[in-house]
Design a protein around this ligand. Structure first.
Ligand code: PMV
Length: 351
């Protein structure tokens, strides 16, 4: 095999976070910050997983990997039990190694791939709700499927994408237990997707990408704790909270119609960004840092909302079409001076 490179984007939830947990619709899009994998063949028969951004550099010999039998597990996250003694790393490095071993083991059962080095680099911050693990899963599954000869058009056909998404979802199960599947779907297909639990995600086929400023508060958040806090509030006040969740669902529906009408960045979209943030704040998942981002951007006429679980993490700001790059630089600089980290992105690009 000749060396090759594959890449996949991160994701951002535009509307519907938290409500999606209760069966409402969420809208997500791809962000143009990507993970890249470079695969090069090796002559010594070894397999090297090199992830310089998270300090992983492990060598597997083919007998170690051939001994894995993921198909005997009842859940992908149990792959850990077949790797005792091999994985010393902790945190994201450990998760990445386990994901790789699971996917390698599964695809090895379907076709030998010889020795190679896979080096993955990513522009996505880890643990910020931008789908870094799903982008990693998609580049891994694409690379391994390509190496085992499963892809007909190097990922370009609908059939190839389906297979890539299937294995990337398995990778997400290793990393997150019971993921919804939206992150890997966005990383595989790109564009904008409407997602409702228990249904296939629906591509919105918008022709226009959106300019979005993503601001990382750098305040650590726990998705699990925030989801639990909404659950508690709902148990105490079911009617009140269900009304809020229904309103969020209506926002996602409105956004879906706007995207499909091919006029995504209009004043109606700004309205629903503000409405969605207000409802999330009412559910108690905002944070002073997120409110600060809103104040700074609103002072320049730009609408912002939290994205993902809230409680810190990231906010998104819509950049209207008539706002110049220099004006965006100024607001990003102001946010940077307060201690936040900004990324100017385009949402809705290729998978
Ligand atoms: O912060 P993230 O990107 O992991 O988003 C969490 C989104 C929630 O709706 C709050 C939880 C979920 O599982 O959908």
């Amino acid at each position: 095999v000749a060396p090759f490179v594959v890449s996949a984007p991160g994701k951002i939830i535009l509307f519907g976070e938290h409500a999606v947990v209760y069966g409402k619709t969420a809208i997500a899009g791809s962000v143009d910050m990507r993970a890249y994998a470079l695969v090069t063949p090796r002559k010594d028969g070894k397999t090297r997983l090199f992830l310089p951004d998270i300090n992983v550099d492990v060598y597997f010999d083919s007998t170690q990997l051939a001994r894995l039998s993921p198909s005997s597990l009842s859940h992908p996250c149990e792959i850990e039990t077949q790797l005792t003694g091999i994985v010393a790393a902790e945190g994201p490095g450990r998760t990445a190694i386990l994901t790789f071993a699971y996917m390698y083991g599964s695809l090895f059962e379907r076709g030998n791939m010889g020795g190679f080095t896979i080096c993955v680099r990513s522009l996505l911050p880890v643990g910020s709700g931008l789908g870094s693990s799903a982008a990693f899963g998609v580049v891994l599954s694409t690379a391994l499927l390509q190496l085992t000869g499963h892809l007909k058009q190097m990922g370009a056909s609908a059939e190839d994408r389906k297979l890539i998404n299937h294995w990337a979802y398995r990778g997400e199960q290793v990393a997150h237990g019971t993921p919804s599947g939206i992150d890997n779907a966005v990383a595989t297909y790109g564009g904008f997707l409407a997602y409702t639990r228990g249904s296939e995600s629906v591509s919105l086929h918008s022709t226009r990408a959106l300019r979005v400023l993503i601001t990382n508060t750098q305040v650590p958040k726990s998705t699990k704790a925030l989801v639990a806090s909404v659950r508690t509030l709902r148990e105490r006040h079911p009617e009140v909270v269900d009304t809020i969740l229904d309103s969020i669902h209506s926002i996602s529906t409105a956004a879906g119609s706007l995207f499909q009408s091919h006029k995504p960045c209009c004043s109606e979209l700004q309205d629903i960004v503000r409405l969605n943030h207000g409802l999330l704040a009412t559910l108690g998942v905002s944070h002073p840092s997120l409110e600060r981002i809103r104040e700074i951007t609103e002072a320049r006429g730009m609408a912002s909302k939290l994205t993902g679980a809230g409680g810190g993490g990231c906010a998104l700001t819509l950049i209207p079409i008539d706002v110049s790059g220099a004006a965006v630089d100024r607001v990003a600089q102001e946010l940077g001076e307060v201690g936040f980290r900004c990324y100017q992105t385009v949402v809705g690009g290729a998978g």
